[in-house]
Design a protein around this ligand. Structure first.
Ligand code: ZN
Ligand code: MN
Length: 256
């Protein structure tokens, strides 16, 4: 069977899959510190796994992920002061989204979904999608571009089962229970639970202030302690995201 990963296909296989109307999924991540226990690539690995889970259902291709994201904010990613966090200016991220969309459109792709794994990317990916759509809105056979942060599609029953509530402070989940659990499920070889230290949640205020108050950010980069993370919860998160996003994408790209 031909792979759904664009990186593993020949150009002819790719061309034929596009001609059959495949929807292209593009993971958009970041290279960003995720505490002493997780690798810098968490925000790439997780949306890529979600995309691959959706693609296993058929009708989708997964493009290579964008591995650098917009700047880490103290409130949602710890901030830019950690070694390893390697970020783009907004204009660079917007340009990447717009440029690759133009290329996909040239290949004949008409359904593109950016699946974002890093909070700070969302509005900039939106802008890239908007500019790409504006440039291609004249296409007679129609173009649809979608942007979503995968974590926003956690079904209420999964949220309640794991967190005991549907009111989740996603900013504090940076390197927290959700990301750590999913990494324990997907890449346990890259997780070091023994390095986690229990501490109070981050107390960065809701506004953004320059210069950033890095004293308010936990020095280990973990915004909410992840000691309750397990591989089993990670599988629950992944399965839930794959099924809820599969439904959402079907709805968004349905042309009947
Ligand atoms: Zn993350
Ligand atoms: Mn992030």
């Amino acid at each position: 069977m031909t792979s759904f990963r664009m990186t593993e296909m020949t150009w002819l296989e790719y061309r034929d899959a596009i001609a059959r109307g495949a929807t292209l999924l593009v993971p958009v991540g970041a290279t960003e510190q995720h505490g002493p226990h997780l690798p810098l690539s968490v925000d790439v690995i997780l949306p890529t796994a979600v995309c691959e889970g959706v693609a296993e259902g058929g009708g989708y291709l997964v493009a290579p992920p964008l591995a650098y994201g917009y700047k880490s904010m103290p409130r949602s990613g710890g901030g830019q002061h950690f070694p390893g966090t390697t970020s783009l200016d907004a204009a660079s991220l917007i340009a990447q989204v717009k440029d690759i969309s133009r290329e996909f459109v040239r290949h004949g792709v008409r359904n593109i979904a950016f699946i974002v794994g890093h909070t700070e990317n969302l509005w900039h990916v939106s802008e890239g999608c908007d500019l790409a759509y504006r440039e291609n809105a004249h296409l007679a056979d129609g173009l649809r571009i979608l942007n979503v942060g995968y974590w926003q599609f956690l079904p209420a029953e999964t949220a309640t089962a794991i967190f005991g509530t549907t009111q989740i402070d996603w900013d504090l989940e940076h390197a927290g229970i959700m990301e750590t659990s999913m990494m324990l499920h997907l890449r346990p070889d890259l997780v070091h639970m023994e390095r986690l230290v229990e501490h109070a949640p981050s107390r960065v205020p809701g506004y953004e202030l320059w210069p950033h108050d890095i004293e308010a950010v936990p020095s280990d980069g973990v915004l909410n302690t992840a000691t309750a993370a397990t591989a089993d919860k990670g599988k629950q998160f992944l399965d839930a995201y794959v099924s809820s996003l599969t439904q959402a994408l079907k709805q968004a790209f349905d042309r009947t």
